[in-house]
Structure formats: structure tokens, C-alpha cells
Design a protein around this ligand. Structure first.
Ligand code: ADP
Ligand code: TRP
Length: 322
């Protein structure tokens, strides 16, 4: 059984980009893999400095995963900061990570360009992510395309450690599904919590409809032909609509007749229906927060048992013994 691992930041409401980019495949892999899934609150701290927001976001993100069908009894599911060994490993790894490797990371540049403070934590983010992956000796890491470079960095760091101290870490591989590699946001850029352009999946109907109506489209008249490849709304519809429905929509785009207002209404209904059952489950989970905490604590114990074994080996290899 392959060991699959992935994490998500509780830095805001989870959205359909997170769902198609990562959560869906992670949740379904529970049947065939040794799955490690976690909420990366230490990473979220690079962009959220609001106690109430971070702690509520962490519990909500956990509820989202469970509501969408993750079975915590069949995997290891926890909150990153409940296993503090990851911070020690991140420090050790940082000593074999070149500055140049981190300086080349797009994510740091993109985030600072969007106004996130250029802290040391944000710069060192990929090292903590490498520690996340290597601490559990993960083989496969399902992520959206934006994380591809971070996976390459994790591999480079693993190689660097292995070269310095002897074979210790398994080299992880990214698993990126091409069809959902980048889900566009309301403005056509990558949908992201940090860009304020998301469609969260657990919104109430009224809010959800409002978001969907805010999907940006061009001003081509209804009867004119349109290029589906350039349309954000089309890309979003494709994630939810049946093959038959998409054939019809495709025809309307290329031959003329695609009315954005109607298509947005279709998209709203498709998203609403897709998540109806999960929304009900999330309500139940959030009504029993102590139950949720208990699930996470149990998961952290399982994760920690694995983490201490790797960290012990790393300390030994690095000479942190006397
Ligand atoms: P965000 O950018 O919204 O803060 P995260 O960085 O927490 O999201 O990403 C969690 C997971 O969801 C990652 O695997 C990431 O690649 C994936 N993901 C996030 N946004 C998208 C998107 N727009 N399209 C595809 N995958 C995405
Ligand atoms: N950096 C990832 C993101 O923003 C989240 C993350 C942290 C992660 N640690 C990880 C993803 C380990 C996969 C594996 O999406």
C-alpha cells in the first residue's frame, strides 16, 4: 500500500478549487492507500494573525473533510501543530536547504505581491512543507498545480539530507490531476483563499448564488460565438455538469446563444446540489465540536507515533546525540 499524504491550510473557507485540486482525490484514496491527511495550521500562520479566525478555521476545515466523506478510522487525520516534532525536523532540514532554492519559489513571490507580509516564516514555508512530507515518509502527495514547485523543493531537500547524512528519506512524488490542476476563481486567476476570489462549497444558498453571479465574464453579446477555452464560467461548469450538458453548452459557445446569466444560474444549481448532503453532514459535525476535537486528538496520536520514529532516525544521522 502506498503512503499518500496531503495537507490544507485553514486560512479561510475551503473552496471548490481545494475540493477538485486536492480534497476529492485524497478522500477517495482512503480505500486503496495508507492515507495521511492533515490541517496545516502552522502554515496558515504565515498569512493569518487572528487567533479566533485561525482556531475556528482549523475546526471548520476538519469538519469539511469529514463532511465530504473522509473516514478518520481508515486513515491518519490530524492537525499539524498537534505533532510538534515537525518543527524540529523543519529546523534540521533548513540547515541543508540552500537560500537559492527558496529564492526561486514562485509562491513566496506571488504571496508577497498580493500583500502578504514577507516574513521569515513565509520564506521558509517550503521547508516546513518538506518536513511535513518527509516526517511521515510519504510516497505520493496529491496537490493542485500551484504546489508542484514545493514538491520539487521537498525532493531536493530530501536528496540534500540523504547526501549529507546517508539514505534517510523516501523521495516523494506529486500527484496532480491534469483536468483539475488549476480551478479558476471569480476573476479568472487561480481560485485561492488568499486572493479573495473563491466559491466556498459550504455557503448557504443565497450567498452561494451571489458568489456564482459574480463570476467574471466578457461582454460578448449572447448571439455571438465565444471561445470556451477563454471562459472562466465554462471552466467552472465543466467541473460539475454532465457530459451531455457540457456538449450542449459547448454548442452554445461556438455557435452563439450562450447567455451568461442563465449559465450562471445552472452553475449555482449544480454546485448547490453537488454539496447538499455534505452541507447537512457539516452542520451535524459542527454541532458537536468536542466530538470533532476527539477525532483530531486521536489522529494526532497516530501521526505522532510515526513522526517520532523518523525524527529519532534523523537526530541519530545528524549527530544530535552525545
Ligand atoms: P489556497 O490557495 O486557497 O489557500 P491551499 O494553498 O490551502 O489553498 O491549497 C490546498 C490544496 O488545494 C493544495 O493542494 C492546492 O494545490 C489545492 N488548490 C488550491 N487552490 C486550487 C485551485 N484553484 N485549483 C486547483 N487546486 C487548488
Ligand atoms: N502548501 C500547501 C498548500 O498551500 C499545504 C501543505 C502544507 C501541504 N504541507 C503540506 C500539502 C504537505 C501537501 C503536503 O496547499
Amino acid at each position: 500500500m502506498k503512503r499518500i499524504l496531503s495537507g490544507i491550510q485553514p486560512s479561510g473557507q475551503l473552496h471548490i478549487g481545494n475540493y477538485f485540486g486536492m480534497m476529492k482525490s485524497v478522500i477517495s484514496s482512503v480505500e486503496t492507500a495508507d492515507l495521511y491527511a492533515f490541517i496545516v495550521d502552522l502554515h496558515a500562520l504565515t498569512s493569518v494573525h487572528d487567533r479566533a479566525k485561525l482556531s475556528a478555521g482549523t475546526l471548520e476545515a476538519a469538519a469539511d473533510f469529514l463532511a465530504l466523506g473522509l473516514d478518520p478510522d481508515k486513515c491518519t487525520f490530524w492537525v499539524q501543530s498537534d505533532v510538534p516534532e515537525v518543527c524540529e525536523l523543519a529546523w534540521i532540514l533548513s540547515t541543508v536547504t540552500s537560500m537559492g532554492l527558496l529564492e526561486r519559489c514562485h509562491s513566496y513571490k506571488d504571496k508577497t505581491a498580493k500583500g502578504i507580509a514577507a516574513s521569515h516564516g513565509l520564506f521558509a514555508y517550503p521547508v516546513l512543507m518538506a518536513a511535513d512530507i518527509l516526517l511521515y515518509q510519504a510516497e505520493i502527495v496529491p496537490v493542485g498545480k500551484d504546489q508542484k514547485q514545493h514538491l520539487e523543493v521537498a525532493r531536493d531537500i530530501a536528496v540534500s539530507f540523504n547526501n549529507n547524512f546517508g539514505e534517510t528519506f523516501i523521495l516523494p512524488e506529486a500527484a496532480i490531476s491534469e483536468s483539475t490542476a488549476v480551478v479558476p476563481g471569480l476573476d479568472g486567476q487561480k481560485m485561492s483563499k488568499s486572493y479573495g476570489n473563491t466559491i466556498p462549497m459550504f455557503l448557504e444558498d443565497k450567498e452561494l448564488r451571489k458568489r456564482v453571479m459574480a463570476v467574471q465574464t466578457d461582454c460578448t453579446p449572447v448571439e455571438d460565438p465565444k471561445d470556451p477555452a477563454k471562459c472562466n464560467l465554462y471552466a467552472l461548469l465543466k467541473l460539475f455538469a454532465s457530459k451531455e450538458k457540457m456538449e450542449e453548452v459547448h454548442g452554445l459557445y461556438v455557435n452563439g446563444g450562450a447567455a451568461y446569466g442563465y449559465l450562471k444560474q445552472d452553475l449555482f444549481e449544480l454546485i448547490r446540489d453537488h454539496f447538499t448532503a455534505a452541507r447537512a453532514r457539516k452542520k451535524e459535525l459542527m454541532a458537536n465540536q468536542d466530538g470533532l476535537r476527539a477525532i483530531l486528538k486521536q489522529g494526532a496520536e497516530k501521526a505522532r507515533a510515526k513522526a517520532v520514529v523518523t525524527l529519532d532516525l534523523v537526530r541519530d544521522r545528524a549527530g544530535l546525540r552525545y
